[in-house]
Design a protein around this ligand. Structure first.
Ligand code: SF4
Length: 148
């Protein structure tokens, strides 16, 4: 990545996972980088979550193939994408492998969000489910050997 890079991120969920090719065709030549991550649920049974299993594995394999097809365009590494086939983050809503400490995130009041950037400073708020997490900004750290 450099200062001239203009990039977009697609958060893949159970409704939009069939549109990856269309998105690439639409944005290739408009931006020079694209990143992928998966929707992280806050409740079990969230219909937007693409469950671990065959369908999700096929999507991950497709993304890995797209890296080869569009070298330098897809920013995720193969290792990071492969993590998305299963639980790389934690247990329940507790980060275990995820190095949530590595990125400090604050809300509009300047309060630290926990356990990570999609969490909240309000301890009573719903928490993201670490064991079903698909976030890119933390999984890239895990893929590079930075864990808890
Ligand atoms: S990024 Fe957030 S939700 Fe995902 S595993 Fe880490 S702390 Fe949990």
């Amino acid at each position: 990545m450099g200062w001239k890079d203009i990039w977009i991120t697609m958060t893949i969920n159970s409704l939009n996972y069939g549109t990856i090719d269309d998105l690439i065709q639409e944005w290739k030549g408009v931006v020079n980088k694209i990143g992928f991550q998966f929707h992280t649920p806050f409740v079990k049974g969230d219909p937007l979550w693409l469950p671990f299993g065959q369908e999700r594995n096929k999507v991950v394999d497709k993304l890995i193939a797209l890296r080869e097809e569009y070298p330098g365009f897809v920013i995720n590494s193969k290792k990071q994408l492969a993590l998305m086939k299963g639980n790389w983050g934690g247990i329940g809503t507790t980060p275990v492998q995820c190095p949530s400490w590595a990125i400090l995130s604050f809300d509009h009041m300047g309060r630290e969000k926990k356990p990570c950037c999609i969490g909240s400073a309000d301890s009573k708020s719903l928490k993201p489910i670490c064991e079903d997490c698909g976030l890119g900004c933390y999984s890239v750290l895990v893929a590079n050997g930075i864990t808890r």
